[in-house]
Design a protein. Structure first.
Length: 232
């Protein structure tokens, strides 16, 4: 496990918490619109030691409420991530996990051990479109479905989220997502933003009006739909 980045303070990544965000290297997807493409390989780039991270968190005790662990894909490193979560919780901080849901057994184990206070899982696209949007032609969709079903049991607070990208997503995606996650706790539609580190260039964002139309497709099945990160 390589800690490849640290955002020292965020009010956005962990709902209703002042948090720090830890970025881990390595991912099992190759989403063409990925805005953290420099994190796809675990061993490339600068590294922050776990000792450095924990020293920083100790100094911010009383300011931070929690830590968001993101990537890359954190569930690629189950033993190391679980130990990191334990160390964070020993500091009195809560833990949020960002995941693509492709390793359901790891997600279940982390939640069963009481190490995760909140999970944000990406729903990349409608099911027929999933391999293309994830950049994994041989994708086993049942793994993602298993993770989604587990979260919808409600044992751990969670949200689902989709980053909508013009040229990849259509209203058909959101019709299928609505059927798939019907009755879920919370679903966020996120506008695509070109970070400058995107895996494949040339993607563009939908307008707020277009995202609102997608939200209306989902709302009959998922009443709690919100649009996030769009100012236009």
């Amino acid at each position: 496990m390589k800690i490849r980045g640290l955002q020292k303070t965020t009010l956005l990544d962990f709902p209703e918490r002042v948090a720090a965000t830890v970025f881990l290297g390595g991912c099992n997807f190759r989403c063409p619109f990925c805005h953290n493409a420099d994190l796809l390989e675990a061993d490339s780039g600068e590294e922050i030691s776990e000792e450095e991270l924990l020293d920083f968190l100790k100094k911010r005790a009383g300011i931070l409420d929690g830590v968001c662990i993101t990537g890359g894909e954190p569930t690629l490193w189950p033993r190391e991530v679980s130990e990191l979560m334990r160390s964070i919780r020993r500091l009195g901080l809560e833990v949020k996990l960002d995941t693509n849901g492709y390793r359901p057994h790891v997600l279940k184990e982390l939640c069963a051990e009481g190490l995760v206070d909140y999970v944000a899982m990406d729903i990349k696209a409608g099911r027929p479109n999933y391999p293309k949007v994830c950049g994994v032609p041989s994708l086993r969709l049942e793994a993602v479905e298993e993770s989604a079903a587990f979260l919808m049991e409600g044992r751990t607070p969670y949200e689902f989220r989709t980053t909508a990208v013009k040229g990849l997503h259509t209203s058909e995606d959101f019709a299928d997502i609505a059927e798939w996650i019907s009755g879920c706790r919370a679903y966020f539609l996120q506008g695509f933003v070109d970070s400058g580190h995107v895996l494949t260039k040339g993607w563009s964002s939908f307008s707020r009006a277009e995202l609102c139309r997608f939200a209306e497709v989902v709302k009959p099945s998922v009443p709690c739909v919100q649009i996030r990160g769009v100012d236009y």
